[in-house]
Design a protein around this ligand. Structure first.
Ligand SMILES: *[C@@H]1O[C@H](CO)[C@@H](O)[C@H](O)[C@H]1NC(C)=O
Ligand SMILES: *[C@@H]1O[C@H](CO)[C@@H](O)[C@H](O)[C@H]1NC(C)=O
Ligand SMILES: *[C@@H]1O[C@H](CO)[C@@H](O)[C@H](O)[C@H]1NC(C)=O
Length: 364
């Protein structure tokens, strides 16, 4: 038998390094959280990331491999949690009405199913890290959707699940997506047309929506009609296999709005149409990446009742768009009314404050 001390040592050193690295992230995040007012709603993914950014940067850049190494060290990979029989019992779903939200347990939904009926379009809003079904994103988008007739609006509520640290939360998105997918598969089997199901996810919620779409396909052989991914979370989801994140295969039509690409959001195109407002990395009027990351749902919210605010120009990249080299290319509207067809990358500019849409001026 060979003695394999050198390898063993290398492994140990790597682990030791990763441990120190991770401990520093947690310490920073802990220090930051301790200094915050005790108002949970005000604490968002990006507040944390902005604080820990200098340390998190290499992690974001290194992509999923490093993330998986770190997770496996703490027993937080999907496989490890599966073996521990992790469940997401605390998951619920809200029916949003003009008179407030009605909460349902996602594993006991017979009452909800009756109230959904089978003829209306169903929209499911899926919030991101440290958010909830009555947080910022749902609070911004749902009131606009309520003005549109003929919709049933739901919001997944995972506030007790993706409210811990980011590594654990990024794994839990998979369990949450599967649970949501099982629920959607049930209503499809009960007669709801999958084309009438439309998922809108922000940040980690984009991946939850994607996983739900995959589950529906696996369970029913059908695809949900549409998924809109609002700045899908980047950390731990860059360069991963499409089976572990939102992808263009998860719905008949997948549109993506990138507003903090390469930092809190994914940079690479993952949908049929990928919109990069203002180039997709930073947004005018924003200083913190919190703000850039949230603009995705602010743009969508504005588009709900202003369908022509965001015409976008098809182009290979931002440099070409800005240089005016794409001004003869096709235009496609970003937002609720976005339609399938002519897949690719789309660019436009916006104002620095609401209303953001510049109409034709923004599409070059
Ligand atoms: C997980 O569930 C399986 C099947 O129910 C069981 O055999 C196994 O012991 C459980 N594992 C843990 C860690 O509880
Ligand atoms: C939802 O229902 C399941 C099974 O009926 C139960 O175990 C779980 O605690 C319930 N969750 C909530 C939040 O009520
Ligand atoms: C942008 O696209 C053009 C045309 O395909 C290409 O020549 C150029 O190198 C690209 N620029 C960047 C920064 O990728």
């Amino acid at each position: 038998m060979r003695i394999r001390i050198p390898e063993y040592f290398t492994g140990l050193l790597t682990y030791r390094f990763e441990f120190i690295y991770l401990a520093r992230i947690f310490m920073l995040v802990g220090l930051y959280a301790a200094g915050l007012p005790h108002d949970r709603a005000k604490l968002s993914i990006s507040d944390i990331f902005d604080t820990a950014l200098p340390i998190l940067h290499p992690l974001i850049a290194a992509g999923s491999n490093r993330c998986e190494t770190l997770k496996s060290f703490f027993g937080l990979t999907y496989q490890q949690m599966l073996e521990k029989n992790a469940t997401v019992e605390e998951l619920s779903i809200d029916l949003i009405t003009k008179n407030g939200n009605i909460k349902y347990n996602l594993t006991a939904t017979s009452r909800l199913k009756r109230s959904l009926g089978s003829d209306k379009q169903i929209i499911v809003l899926v919030h991101g890290f440290r958010e909830s079904s009555d947080g910022w994103m749902v609070g911004g988008v749902a009131p606009e959707l309520l003005k549109v007739a003929g919709l049933k609006i739901l919001a997944l509520d995972g506030r007790k699940i993706i409210n811990l640290e980011y590594f654990r939360s990024s794994t839990y998105t998979r369990f949450m997506g599967e649970q949501l997918g099982l629920f959607l598969s049930e209503i499809i089997k009960d007669g709801v047309d999958p084309m009438k199901i439309y998922l809108i996810g922000h940040s980690l919620g984009s991946h939850i929506a994607g996983i739900a779409g995959k589950k529906v396909q696996q369970q029913t052989g059908r695809l949900v009609g549409r998924i809109t991914a609002l700045d899908p979370a980047g950390p731990c989801f860059g360069n991963v296999d499409p089976s572990g994140r939102i992808s263009r295969q998860d719905a008949v039509y997948v549109d993506v709005i990138h507003t903090n690409a390469g930092l809190l959001g994914l940079k690479e195109p993952v949908g049929d149409k990928d919109f990069y407002p203002n180039g997709g990395m930073t947004q005018p009027g924003c200083i913190l990446s919190t703000c850039d990351h949230s603009r995705a749902w602010e743009f969508l919210a504005e588009s709900v009742n202003s369908a022509k605010h965001f015409p976008a120009r098809k182009c290979e990249n931002w440099t070409s768009f800005k240089g005016g080299f794409c001004s003869k290319n096709s235009v496609s509207y970003m937002g609720l009314e976005s339609k399938a067809g002519d897949p690719g990358l789309y660019f436009f500019t916006t104002a620095a404050s609401s209303p953001f849409g510049l109409g034709p001026t923004g599409s070059g």
